[in-house]
Design a binder for this molecule. Structure first.
Ligand SMILES: [Cu+2]
Length: 135
């Protein structure tokens, strides 16, 4: 809904924050949904995607869960950053300092936040991703 005459570097910082949040939700939420559908099948229909004793791999569920759940923190905090980036300069009666840094860091939080989910899984054997080891 950007006005065509408005340049990208004129967007309010809140819009950058919401853009980053939306991209994050768009990429991460379907992965959680897929994991929950597979879990639903395991519980209700006798499949064994995540049941190690039947050939499944429970670590895959952890990956699907944390691929969403790590970025979920940023889904909540990025809009707040955007609001603060608008409210503080207005009430301080100062122009925004570091506009580009804030806009790009919002996008960087989005991108980096998508690729660091494994830090929640520090107790598992990550080699199980490489060599398919079904225990
Ligand atoms: Cu995390």
């Amino acid at each position: 809904m950007k006005v065509p005459s408005m340049k990208w570097d004129e967007l309010p910082l809140f819009c950058w924050a919401i853009l980053a949040t939306s991209l994050l939700a768009l990429v991460s939420t379907p992965v959680l949904a897929a994991g929950l559908v597979l879990l639903l099948f395991d519980i209700n229909f006798g499949t064994s995607f995540f049941k190690p004793d039947a050939g499944g791999n429970v670590v895959i569920y952890q990956h699907l869960f944390w691929f969403y759940s790590h970025p979920a923190v940023y889904l909540m905090i990025l809009p707040i950053f955007g609001i603060l980036s608008e409210v503080i300069p207005v009430h301080a009666r100062k122009p925004i300092f570091g506009y580009k840094a804030i806009a790009y860091s919002s996008l960087a939080i989005c991108v980096v936040g998508l690729f660091v989910w494994v830090h929640h899984m520090f107790l598992i054997d990550l080699n199980s991703l490489i060599s398919i080891n079904y225990y």
